[in-house]
Structure formats: C-alpha cells, structure tokens
Design a protein around this ligand. Sequence first.
Ligand SMILES: Cc1ncc(COP(=O)(O)O)c(C=O)c1O
Length: 453
Amino acid sequence: MTSATELVYPWHDVTTDGDDSKMILSKAEGIYAFDRDGNKLIDGPAGMWCVNVGHGRREMADAIANQVLALPYASPWYFGTDEANRLTERLTSYSPGDLNHVFYTTCGSTAVDSAIRFVFFYNNCRNLPDKKTIIARRGGYHGSTFLSATISGKSADKDLMDMAEGVVHHVSMPKPLDRPEGMSLDEFRDQLVDEFEQTILDLGPETVGGYIAEPILASGGVVVPPPGYNAAMHAVCRKYDVLYISDEVVTGFGRLGEMFASESVFDVVPDMITTAKGITSGYIPMGALFISNRLFEELREHRADATYFSNGFTYSGHPVAVAAAHTNLDIMERESLLAHVREVAPYFQQRLAELVELDCVVEARGEGLMACLQCSVNPANPDVDRDYAFAAEVDKIAQAKGLILRPFEDMCILSPPLIITTEQIDDLVGILHASLVEAHRRESVSDRRTPQT
Ligand SMILES: Cc1ncc(COP(=O)(O)O)c(C=O)c1O
C-alpha cells in the first residue's frame, strides 16, 4: 500500500513510496545552498541552470514584494502594464537581428510550445498547411509539455509516454566525441549538415516547417557542436524556407558571457528564440519567446482581416515575474556579469580539463559557465550501467563533501551561478577531484572483489 500523501517530483519513480533520498534544502546564499542540517554546499548546477545572479538577493526579494503590493496580477488578455512594455524594450535591445516581438510564457516548455505553435500558425496563414514537420536533434531537450516533450530527443524521457504523431523528425546529435575515429571536426560538421539537408529533401521541403536546436545541447550533456555547425544548419534552413528556432532556455542570460548566444557566439540570427530560467534567475517562473519582425510582416501580407495567434497563458507577462526580470537585468548590468563570465569561464574550463588526467574521466567539455565531465570506470571497456552508477556515486560523494552536481547517465554536469569567483572555482574543482578519486577507488575495490568468469 502506498502512503496517503506523497509529493510527486519531476521524473518520479512510481514504484517507490516517496523519495527519501532527496536532499532537503532549507536556504541558499550566493553560490551556496544549505541543507536542513545546515551543511553548506556549492550549488554546481545553479539550481537547474537558472540561478544566474546567485541566491539570496535582497534586491530581488524587495522588487518581488513591492510588485505584489502594487499590482499582483493583471490579465494579459485585457490589460497591459508599463513595466511589461519597458521589459520588452529592454530585452529586445539585447536580442539579435530583428527579433523584437516578445511573447511572455510561464517557463521554457511553454516558450518552446508557443514557438512550435507559431510555426504551424505561420504556415497556415501563408496557405502552406503541409509545411509543419519540425526537425530536432537526438539528445536535445526542449521541455515537458506534450509538444515540447514530443520534439525533445532524449529517448529515455519518452519511455511509456505517448508523443504527438507526425510532428517531429530527429537528426543526429552533433557530439564530436562520438564521431568516427580519424574524422576531422570539419568533416564531422559537413556530414551533419549534409544529413540535415538530405532529411529535408527526403521529407520534401514543402512539408518541413521548422528546425529547433539548443546552441549547445545542455541536458543532453553539454554537447558543444563542431565549429561552424550552427551557422551552417541555419544556412540550410534559409535555403528551404524552414524557420530556425534557437532554444536558449539555458544559454540565454549570461551562461556563455552574452545575453543571447545565438548571434554573439554562433553567428546565427534565428527566426525565433526561446528563453526562461536566467530571465529571472529562477526567482520566479517566467519564459519568453522572441519572434522576428520579418515573420509578423509576412503574416500581415497574407492576412487582411483580424487573425489571432490564439495562444496564451493566464500568467503571460505576470507583473511579479516582470518585476523580477527587471531587477535581474539591473543586477546583471550593474555588476557586469557578462564580462565577469567571459573573464572566469576560461579558468573554469581549464581547471575542469585538468581532471582528464584521472583514469575515470573520458572527456571534459563545455563553454562559458556550462561544462560536463564524461566518466567511465574503465574507459577501455565502457559498461553503460556501471558508468551510469559511477556518475551517481560521484554525485553522492560530492554532496557529502559539499558540492551539488547534476549527474546524467555517465556524466557530471556543471553550470554554477554566474557570480562564481576563481577561488570558488578552485574549491569546486577540488571537491570534484576528490569525489572522482574516491568513487573510482571504491569501484576498483569492488571490481577486485567481483569473481571473474
Ligand atoms: C534547452 C531547454 N529548453 C526547454 C526547457 C524546458 O524548460 P522548463 O523546465 O522551464 O519548462 C529546458 C529545461 O531544462 C531546457 O534545458
């Protein structure tokens, strides 16, 4: 019998009666979180890639509280607010190209959902009702609504879950580590781009409406594509009238040292950008979809009569979220957090790269303040189950030593708050190093005890 009450967490194991293994957090400050016993831990994933300005900012609390007292809610169907308009101006001063239309959502999934629905709507308005297939990548993660989960490419997330039929086609993940031996990065990029173009041709360009991609695959394991890949994929989209959606839910708002990474880092001016997380540093849920002026101009050319993009949320442009986003931007601007990330990120990556010296680290990769260590107990003889368990063990040991990681499959993923200092990076790497060594020693010991057949 299950107990009477149970909190159902994301990705909840329904065969267990409650998850007692979860650490219970009670407070947080700067880059640190504290568990209920007062133990201090470095918040390695910044919550969930989101607490960019760090925890415990009084200014954020004040802005949120003041807004609650002034105007806690305004229906976006019937009213606007000056602050939402001002936020739109502020955000679009950073967005690339002509991405000056902003639709506010409640999170990343609803931003992605809205982007996909916009592709469908846009092509219906253009009298191209067959141009709807979305191309996405295997290993990509785009959210947990029906549509965003459908287009996501992490197969384990789809087990026993129904997906929308006929919406998505997946192409390869651009993971340099998995390229055939002897293949250069340029050859690998060209192969991926050829595969993409051939997929569009096979499906028929008249049936392909959009392409969605994280500039760097985040949850899929901080997969940094080969140089020139994003720009080349964008060129293919242009060639076949396929809308390019850049999913910057993780990379937006500073993680790569830019407010938006699409153009500044990857030379791509997409048609749409999805964001969330860092837009309020996770203090209040919010997402935003940026859409290019060009698409709206085209819609106006096709539709003489009133035509509604009938997509919206009770909490679109929520006044409290808007206030949090303004203050988050104030902090980022005043403290020059983008410049800070550009300054400390090379050190962060270099210190993590040193861990490759350990026998159990196959690769250290990343860019800006997002990174991943791919691990294996025995790289010469990888064993999926054992390596996944190893990463989980590293996570457990690191927690006991004062570091929160994000274990995923055989990887340890890191994306600390953007305010992290070089001294704190040293602390983080020190704990990680000790945890890897200890987990590997335990594994090696258990290995010797296992009878060999
Ligand atoms: C790239 C990307 N897109 C979309 C999402 C979904 O965002 P949310 O969990 O806020 O709905 C995530 C969440 O991690 C993400 O990493």
